[in-house]
Write a protein that binds this ligand. Structure first.
Ligand SMILES: Cc1ncc(COP(=O)(O)O)c(C=O)c1O
Length: 408
């Protein structure tokens, strides 16, 4: 049965708390999302009745918890339309992307080859490529924004050559809200023989992702941005590509046989999951995906688009406010970056904080993008399906209050 989104907010205990004596208006969902009671309950149940190590014990409880852990792998695979053998559990998006850069890139990159990324990347999908490019003698190239604030697709196409070995880009920008046409880009990249690595951190909780349809080679996301626990992430990789990647960490439970001098590793995904994994977090991620599924994409996307249009149009109407990113009417996730003329975003965020409104201010781990936008920082309000019209009203009132306060 589909759960009604109008009452879903009540499932999130943190949203009923206060901040600075005001009801909290949580608009920092791009940083992390709040957790619904079923996820919290699932974590408690795990620690109360299921807490053992997995993949090791022969006793009944160890077997039962291992089965539940592996069921979540199947669930994640179903969620992304992949096979469970293509799902590696990691610490988060950052770890997933670092592993692709450290382990996969050296298997396909020769000196003078090129890695193509975009100017809108989060540092997690930028710094690992800088480091690997330096190490392998490859060239790191950037696709810029076009005049409308989208990725410049003409430049992207023109940049793809037989030298391009990897195209790494975000599905949804954490600063601009831009939704990139991954399927189209993958088709172009594959034509020149390049592999496509997608940073899905800002996409997975907000729109359906089908890795087979996108035909990307790798896809990364974090549990904590999809209403699940921190400390757990996912790396999807096509089976043949995971097979050609060496493990990044070495240790217990990822081996078939160890002798004094040699080790035979298990096949993927086990060869990447060395040591004790974040078991509770995996189980919690399963509960989070169940929760999302119970709401359905149609309700989630309709509500988030409603909030985007409402907040975006009202912000735009405030004199002195500049919105960054593509027009609200184009493919745009519910993330709004803006500045108020004459007011530093940190000062703006501080006034909003005094009113109980939690937004982010800063460079959003995207410093090259800030330089391209010719700003040092922006304020960012990012929405989730549990936000409502009252949250938007509080945001707008607080921004107007800041404008008056600073006489901006
Ligand atoms: C687009 C994008 N990529 C990667 C990350 C990194 O995610 P995590 O810190 O969960 O590894 C974030 C986090 O904000 C992000 O927004």
């Amino acid at each position: 049965m589909v759960k009604d989104i109008a009452t879903a907010r009540n499932d999130f205990p943190l949203l009923a708390t206060t901040m600075n004596q005001a009801p909290i208006t949580y608009l920092d969902n791009a940083a992390t999302t709040q957790k619904p009671q079923p996820v919290i309950d699932r974590l408690i149940k795990y620690y109360q009745t299921e807490n053992v190590n997995v993949q090791r014990g022969v006793y009944a409880l160890a077997q039962a918890t291992t089965t539940k852990y592996e069921q979540v792998r199947q669930q994640v695979a179903d969620f992304l339309n992949a096979q469970p053998t293509e799902i590696v559990f990691t610490r988060g998006t950052t770890t997933s992307l670092n592993w692709v850069a450290q382990s996969f890139a050296p298997t396909v990159i020769q000196p003078d080859d090129e890695i193509l990324i975009t100017i809108m990347e989060h540092h997690s999908n930028l710094v690992p490529w800088q480091i690997v490019a330096q190490k392998l003698g490859a060239r790191l190239r950037y696709v810029e924004l076009d005049d409308a604030g989208h990725l410049d697709l003409k430049q992207l196409q023109a940049s793809l050559t037989s030298r391009t070995k990897i195209v790494a880009l975000t599905h949804v920008s954490n600063v601009l809200g831009t939704i990139n046409p991954i399927k189209q880009i993958t088709t172009w990249a594959h034509r020149v023989g390049a592999y496509v690595v997608v940073d899905g951190a800002q996409a997975v909780g907000h729109l359906p992702v089908d890795v087979q349809d996108l035909d990307c080679d790798f896809y990364a996301f974090s549990g904590h941005k999809v209403y699940g626990p921190t400390g757990i992430g996912v790396l999807y990789g096509k089976a043949a590509l995971l097979a050609q990647m060496p493990p990044v960490e070495y240790g217990g439970e990822m081996i078939n046989l160890v002798t004094r001098q040699t080790t035979d590793f298990k096949p993927a995904p086990a060869k990447f999951e060395a040591g004790t994994m974040p078991i509770a977090q995996v189980i919690g991620l399963g509960a989070a995906l169940d929760y999302l599924t119970s709401l359905g994409w149609s309700q989630i996307m309709t509500q988030e688009q409603h909030l985007l249009q409402l907040a975006g149009s009202q912000l735009q109407a405030i004199p002195g406010v500049t919105l960054y990113g593509p027009a609200l009417t184009t493919a745009h996730s519910a993330v709004l970056s803006f500045n108020l003329a004459g007011v530093h975003p940190h000062d703006l965020a501080t006034v909003l904080d005094s009113q109980g409104v939690a937004i982010r201010a800063g460079h959003h781990c995207a410093q090259p993008l800030m330089t391209a936008l010719q700003v040092s920082a922006t304020a960012r309000a990012s929405f989730a399906f549990y936000n409502n019209d009252q949250d938007v009203e509080r945001l707008i009132t607080a921004v107007k209050m800041a404008k008056e306060f600073f006489q901006a």
